[in-house]
Ligand binder design. Structure first.
Ligand SMILES: [Cu+2]
Length: 153
């Protein structure tokens, strides 16, 4: 697997991979209420939000994201600097065992760039969150104007 080889490019990473400690690091992580806010008509960019819960016994780390429905996808966070919202790339999302992580408007989100189709209400956007150590979480996010009701984080 390509990703494992990538891990083995560093001695320390290789040791971790071989020990099994980081294999399938997202085992036990459950996704709920994944959604994409309806963008303005004609927009090719959108933001996706979701809630993750780590029901496993080991820490989980999300290190990237991809989507077959867009040219590019990135983990972003919104920060308010002197009253203005600024977005920046996030290297990783860590979720301790038993903890929730909520990506929501005004905070962490997946930035989606270059939509392959029309971003209409009710359509589904496919996302894949990439886990440290290999493995991935697949999300089906619905395009909607309002956050769907879901379990409280
Ligand atoms: Cu963004």
């Amino acid at each position: 697997m390509t990703y494992s080889r990538y891990l083995c490019s560093g001695v320390l990473a290789c040791t971790l991979a071989l020990s099994g400690a980081t294999v399938a690091a997202c085992d036990g992580v459950v996704v709920s209420t994944a959604w994409v806010r309806t963008p303005p008509p004609g927009a090719s960019m959108a933001a996706a939000y979701f809630t993750l819960e780590n029901r496993g016994r080991t820490p989980a780390r999300i290190v990237g994201v991809e989507s077959p429905d867009f040219d590019g996808a990135m983990l972003h966070e919104t920060r308010y600097v002197e009253g203005a919202a600024r977005m920046r790339h996030v290297e990783a999302i860590d979720i301790e065992p038993g903890a929730h992580f909520r990506a929501a408007p005004g905070g962490t989100h997946v930035m989606l760039m270059g939509a392959h189709g029309e971003l209409e209400n009710g359509a589904i956007v496919h996302l894949r969150l990439l886990c440290a150590g290999g493995g991935a979480l697949d999300l089906a996010a619905i395009i909607t104007a309002q956050a769907p009701a879901g379990p409280a984080p």
